[in-house]
Design a protein around this ligand. Structure first.
Ligand code: ITT
Length: 201
């Protein structure tokens, strides 16, 4: 049977402030005292996995072991159909050490010149791990198209160029609660809470 989170402290095993904010918002209804790997000064493990789920496990297990607390990690990224699913697990690396997502979005736009197919999807794998090495992973996805120029200053990463199917606004233009209604992260989160969390009283 899946292990359930009993409440109390939970480490969000990310150094990405955009993700940390979204995960804290998603966790708001649940009994968790949230801190982040960044705030605890935990090291970032090397993401050597070939899949989102493997990388999420690596990050969650490292944070749980180093902190002695349950830890929740997110590995996510953008898959562009005309680029064979790239940048995928390399989505963060495309922005370089300066984490320049204007540059990353421009690189994708350049690579898509001449292609009529603008289909893309975000994937999010969430991993919940305990210090004894137990770990569960859950995956979510949202499909849409890429648009240029980038629009909106909300969200983070590739949000300004992604429009989910059936919507007109980019994730960068949407209010956080509207992104949470359909995002890959919220989709993975719904599976996680159904399996592992009790709602707050
Ligand atoms: P951590 O490993 O510390 O969590 P990271 O930014 O390095 O942070 P990833 O390796 O999972 O995380 O990279 C995921 C990248 O994919 C992230 O940096 C964003 O650029 C992009 N991404 C993921 N979810 C996104 C979202 O909801 N909106 C926009 N971009 C997103």
């Amino acid at each position: 049977m899946t292990r359930r989170f009993a409440g109390g402290s939970l480490v969000i095993a990310t150094h990405n402030p955009g993700k940390a904010r979204e995960i804290a918002e998603l966790l708001a209804l649940f009994a968790a005292e949230v801190t982040t790997a960044g705030a605890l000064g935990l090291d970032e493990p090397e993401e050597t996995g070939a899949t989102f789920a493997e990388n999420a496990r690596i990050k969650a297990l490292a944070a749980a072991k180093d902190s002695g607390l349950p830890a929740l990690a997110d590995d996510s990224g953008l898959e562009v159909r005309a680029l064979g699913g790239r940048p995928g697990v390399r989505s963060a690396r495309l922005a370089g050490p300066a984490k320049d997502f204007a540059l990353a979005m421009r690189q994708i736009e350049d690579k898509l010149k001449g292609s009529l197919d603008r289909s893309a999807n975000f994937i999010c794998a969430l991993a919940l791990a305990w210090p004894d090495g137990y770990c569960e992973t859950f995956e979510g996805r949202v499909d849409g198209v890429l648009v240029w120029p980038p629009r909106g200053t909300r969200g983070f990463g590739y949000d300004p160029v992604f429009v989910a199917h059936g919507h007109a606004l980019t994730f960068g233009e949407m209010a956080p609660e509207d992104k949470h209604a359909l995002s890959h992260r919220a989709c993975a989160f719904r599976k996680l809470v159904a399996a592992c969390f009790e709602p707050a009283l």
